[in-house]
Design a protein around this ligand. Sequence first.
Ligand code: TYD
Length: 145
Amino acid sequence: MAVSSINDCRMIEFPKILDDRGNLTFLEGGEHIPFEIQRAYWIYDVPGGEERGGHGYFELQEFFIALSGSFDLVLDDGKNKKTVSLNRSYHGMYVPSLIWRHLENFSTNAVCMIVASRHYSEEDYMRNYDKFLDYKRRDANHADG
Ligand code: TYD
């Protein structure tokens, strides 16, 4: 995907089946998630004050869901930043490729589930922030030209 911006990141509300026995929420690939799901992983047992993430991806698209507890997702497209607080298990934040992100402010017992468009691949990671900025600048110039 070319020239993704934080405005392309969006919050989705999943269906809620309210029930006195306990509520149920679901998501389906292609329906609520704008990509074919190839992987899910989750982050849990995060010690107080720790951060996760701190990278971007060339190709990977992801969805972040606070299955339990809360945390902040900090998004950065190289020009603008925004922080999104996730604290409802029926909300998911879509993040396209080429967005730098990290997670912070985890509550006790927070569980962050990530639904992803590709299998794990270290080659897809952008782990150097300065290189990320260079890439975004080149990407933007390419789109303008
Ligand atoms: P990383 O994506 O860097 O963690 P963070 O959630 O903080 O962004 O992954 C940490 C380690 O886990 C890294 O060595 C790669 C490994 N890993 C997998 O093997 N499979 C996966 O699906 C993920 C997300 C990570």
